[in-house]
Design a protein around this ligand. Structure first.
Ligand code: SF4
Length: 447
């Protein structure tokens, strides 16, 4: 167990440190300011990339930040957590000339850091207050983006959040070396400064009913994200030392102390599994194994995350499936080992990935004192079933992609509960569209 605060800061030095002013200028001047800007097209929020970079090149950092904020109110966190290699930087034309793409993410961060350092003056003022109010359920990126669109046009917004802090995964679930809670919370403060009301520690459906919201608000926006972790249904899952990946990440980011094992087994092959494995290494685990049942070709994590994790010292056990968590010889209540079986890959299944099959008689154990499952999250189906007229398919809320509107005209939705779990920038883009969809509906209804 280590103390948090300063120690966490020391252990989680950023992987993409800020540019110094001279380096930012040099990088901005490498941009070709493309007329058709494929980088802008590749950004889900369509930030005008050449425009904000040009403003950096002309030493207009506030103007650059305003350009970013006009499209993406979470431009600061997105500059740190976006998978830029597969979005804007992946689309940069300089690839065609065999040159390094422009470091768009770091330039965006350069402008946004200046914005927050220099007093966080809002680039827009809300229109005069209107009578209608909107309730947003969940205080993650989708709700923050939706709330801004509504407040800009004078509509009242109350965000209901069951946890004590806003920001969703930006605050609780992103690896510390990418985004710190304080950086997420300063964006929340920016949204708050527009007059958005936050009600923390409130469970909609429990503390406040949907009937109450339908009575008091003209529209309801659902951005509840994904549900609790899916149980692995492994023998021994209840042992001490088994900690779900999202809880593990949230605890080390926000708790005062955090226990970490000496030998840690992380189960899963996605980006959350990688974040948890890297965190375990940085928190002091001597050996960290990532257990994934298919090969690296099928791994859902981004390639750059996988490569980074290897540099952090994480050891990959591929084509390996856990079958049981075994208790320690010294303490039957605690984790002592993970029993696994080797997997062979057969024909592609419905997902197009080769189907793993256990190799008979290949069982073996990995000694460990901590197991971190990162094998997916369930959905809030109970809650969604109470949202009258809202259609749910395969665990996801069905919406009109252009407006975020559900089958019930007063209910809108966006973010992970709609898309099944994508990037922060996708949640922002969908939240924005839903905010504009609600505005359009409210105007049509005479509000
Ligand atoms: Fe600049 Fe690359 Fe975007 Fe062109 S594609 S505007 S070079 S960042």
């Amino acid at each position: 167990m280590i103390a948090a605060s300063d120690e966490i800061g020391r252990r989680f030095a950023e992987i993409h440190p800020a540019f110094d002013p001279q380096a930012a200028l040099v990088e901005a001047n490498r941009c070709l300011y493309c007329f058709d800007a494929p980088c802008t097209a590749a950004c889900p929020t369509h930030i005008d990339v050449p425009r904000f970079i040009k403003k950096i090149a002309t030493a207009n950092l506030r103007g650059s930040a305003v350009t970013i904020l006009e499209s993406n109110i979470l431009g600061s966190s997105c500059s740190r957590v976006c998978p830029v290699d597969v979005l804007c930087e992946g689309a940069c034309v300089l690839h065609r000339y065999n040159k390094q793409p422009i470091e768009i993410g770091r330039l965006q961060r350069h402008a946004m850091d200046y914005f927050y350092r220099s007093g966080r003056r809002l680039p827009f003022t809300p229109a005069p207050d209107r009578a209608a109010k909107v309730a947003c359920i969940g205080a993650g990126p989708a709700s923050l983006a939706c709330a801004v669109e509504l407040r800009k046009r004078g509509y009242g917004v109350t965000i209901f959040e069951s946890r004590p802090l806003a920001g969703g995964l930006n605050t609780y679930g992103v690896a510390e070396y990418k985004l710190r809670p304080a950086d997420s919370l300063r964006e929340v403060e920016l949204v708050k400064s527009l007059g958005v009301e936050f009600r923390f520690g409130v469970n909609v459906g429990g503390d406040v009913s949907l009937d109450d919201l339908e009575r008091d608000y003209a529209a309801i926006f659902i951005a509840i994200g994904l549900g609790p972790p899916t149980p692995m249904k492994l023998p021994g899952e209840e042992l001490e030392g088994v900690v779900d990946a999202l809880r593990f990440i949230a605890d080390y980011k926000t708790a005062q102390t955090i226990p970490v094992g000496r030998k840690v087994a992380v189960i899963g092959g996605g980006n959350t599994a990688i974040d948890a494995a890297n965190a375990a290494r940085r928190l002091g685990a001597g050996e960290v194994y990532m257990i994934y049942r298919r090969s690296e070709r099928e791994m859902p994590a981004f390639l750059f995350e996988y490569e980074h994790s290897k540099l952090e010292g994480v050891q990959f056990r591929l084509q390996t499936q856990p079958v049981a968590i075994r208790s320690a010889a010294s303490d039957a209540r605690r984790v002592g080992a993970l029993e696994c079986v080797r997997m062979e890959l057969g024909e592609p299944d419905r997902s197009g990935r080769r189907k793993p099959e256990p190799a008979p008689g290949s069982n073996f154990t990995i000694e460990c004192d901590m197991v971190i499952p990162a094998t997916g999250q369930s959905r809030f189906l109970d809650f969604l079933s109470k949202c009258r007229g809202v259609e749910v398919k395969d665990g996801c809320v069905v919406t009109d992609p252009a407006t975020g509107r559900t089958a019930n005209s007063r209910y809108y939705a966006a973010g992970d509960c709609v898309n099944g779990g994508r990037e922060v920038v996708d949640a922002v883009a969908e939240g924005k569209r839903a905010g504009l969809g609600i505005v359009s509906w409210l105007c049509g209804a005479g509000w």
